[in-house]
Design a binder for this molecule. Structure first.
Ligand code: ATP
Ligand code: MG
Length: 510
């Protein structure tokens, strides 16, 4: 086996932080090489260096044995390196093929030959089992499909070294299984893959070797066959990680959030919510389980004022808040950890400190007689950064330059700190490392034990099963059943999520 990528002694400094400190990464031809490390460990930075987006301060890079300077992404393309970013970059109103051809250097004359391009896209799509429609518009296809377009983009440019930066974080379980198959197809055709993920299950399922970095430093490279999840977690965070959520039985009080007969429309003008009924009591965590796209997003949006309900009511502590503004709802005691941290959670060009007072800046002590109190805002930020272990050089750093997982931790810190009566947590641990997940889970249970109501939306069944006191299953915009986690198996839940009922299995009807 020959090494296709050798990154040796790579160092990269940013103001106030050494993001990569003499890191080594050696990838062999035809392997899936996982890159593992905590949030902010320096994974994306290392990959941005390989892809020519950043220049290293020290270290050398060899591609297929040849020492190179990857000056920019075009240079990376010429070297056969392609990257699918953590947050992808497609032009929404354009078609798949237009997006793939866009920015590609292989143009013939002033006019793009779309027909030939479409044919080539189709061929590549079939060869690797991507199943992409070259004529579809980006805005009409799912996130999973958009990701495949990003993969096709790299293949179209002839890449044989593929970098996948947390590709599974945005996918549903079904899409993850399909992506794994695509990755296998790619290596079978001789491609080499660098795969970043926080999910140890995925690493154990698909990688050949794993390189671990921690706080910018190289920890080691192990072969999958010689390791296990416990060892990997330990290498990664430098201590034991408890994968199980520790919690006492719930002690629920009176209902805090009451959802009655809520109906609402989806983006395409079809009814997305069909008489949703659900109560969340003080001191309990209710998990909403469902296959992605069964009304979860619309329900979250109605509950937080981002979408109008067409009928029904939502009450908080007995007070009707249906269809009020997001700010009014927030002030009624609703906290919200949003699904999409870039669209709803953070203002990327504001400092971390300003982001941490995004929905409280106009109140004391952050504002007095209409004047912002920068001292109080900074102090509040430093406090939360410490408590929630947000890895940032300082509170004045822009949110944009935090690693993906640390952006997420900042949002969770802000919302939990407000101590809302109802906390709506949507995919709260998406993109987080195992240590951070353990911490966030603890925080959610803490809120519960303080007598708050927590409504958890998650596509991870493990998370739903281990955190929830009750589980509400959503299917085609309706709550089709409420169960206790100790009374069901994953299989039962899966069945209900697919529209079946447990009674049916036992011979009953719906
Ligand atoms: N452009 C930048 N300017 C300043 N600091 C940066 C920049 N890019 C990254 N950093 C810092 O470098 C460190 C490493 O970040 P990086 O994004 O590489 O982490 P990561 O391992 O990919 O984490 P995650 O799992 O959360 O995505 C972080 O402390 C981050 O804040
Ligand atoms: Mg990253």
């Amino acid at each position: 086996m020959a090494a296709v990528v050798e990154m040796l002694g790579i160092t990269k400094r940013f103001p106030g932080i050494v993001a990569n400190d003499k890191v080594n990464l050696v990838v062999e031809q035809g392997e899936i090489h996982a890159l593992l490390g905590e949030n902010g460990a320096g994974k994306s930075t290392l990959m941005n260096i390989l892809f020519g987006l950043y220049q290293p301060d020290e270290g050398i890079i060899r591609i297929k044995g040849q020492e190179v300077k990857v000056t920019d992404p075009n240079m990376a393309n010429r070297l056969g390196i392609g990257m699918v970013h953590q947050h992808f970059m497609l032009v929404q109103p354009f078609t798949v093929t237009e997006n793939i051809v866009l920015g590609s250097e292989v143009k013939r004359g002033p006019f793009l030959d779309m027909e030939t391009a479409e044919k080539k896209v189709m061929e590549l799509s079939e060869k690797y089992g991507l199943d992409v429609d070259p004529k579809a518009k980006i805005e009409d296809i799912s996130v999973g499909m958009q990701q495949r377009v990003e993969i096709l983009k790299t293949l179209y440019r002839g890449a044989d070294i593929l970098i996948f930066d947390e590709p599974t974080a945005v996918l549903t379980p079904q899409e993850i299984a399909e992506l794994m198959q695509i990755m296998r197809n790619l290596v079978n055709e001789g491609k080499s893959i660098i795969f970043i993920t926080h999910k140890l299950k995925e690493i154990m399922a698909i990688s050949d070797r794993i390189t671990v970095i921690r706080r910018g430093r190289y920890i080691g490279t192990v072969t999958k066959a010689d390791t296990n999840p416990d060892q990997l977690a330990n290498m990664m965070v430098g201590r034991e990680v408890i994968f199980k959520v520790e919690k006492r039985p719930a002690n629920p009080g009176s209902p805090v959030l009451e959802i009655k007969d809520i109906e609402g429309m989806g983006n395409r003008g079809v009814r997305a919510l069909n008489k949703v009924n659900l109560e969340v009591h003080a001191g309990e965590i209710v998990g909403v389980a469902g296959v992605d796209g069964n009304g979860q997003t619309e329900l979250i949006e109605v509950l937080t004022g981002l979408r109008k309900a067409t009928s029904g009511t939502v009450k908080i502590n007995g007070k009707d808040i249906t269809n009020q503004t997001p700010r009014k709802i927030a002030e009624s005691g609703v906290g919200h950890i949003p699904e999409d941290r870039h669209k709803r959670g953070l203002v990327l060009d504001y400092s971390v400190a300003d982001n941490l007072v995004l929905n409280t800046y106009y109140k004391e002590p952050y504002s007095k007689s209409g004047i912002l109190q920068s001292q109080a805002i900074a102090e509040h930020a430093r406090n939360l950064i410490g408590l929630f272990d947000v890895r940032t050089p300082s509170e004045t750093t822009l949110a944009r330059s935090l690693s993906g997982g640390n952006q997420q931790k900042a949002i969770v810190a802000r919302e939990v700190d407000r101590d809302p009566d109802v906390l709506i947590a949507a995919q709260p641990t998406r993109g987080l490392d195992v240590g951070a997940i353990e911490f966030i889970h603890k925080k959610l249970v803490e809120q519960r034990d303080k007598g708050k109501a927590v409504l958890l939306f998650s596509l991870e069944l493990d998370e739903i099963m281990s955190l929830s006191d009750r589980i509400a299953v959503i299917y085609e915009g309706r709550i089709v059943g409420i169960v206790k986690p100790e009374e069901v198996t994953d299989h039962d839940l899966g069945l209900m999520m697919a529209g079946g009922t447990l009674e049916k299995e036992k011979g009953g009807t719906d």
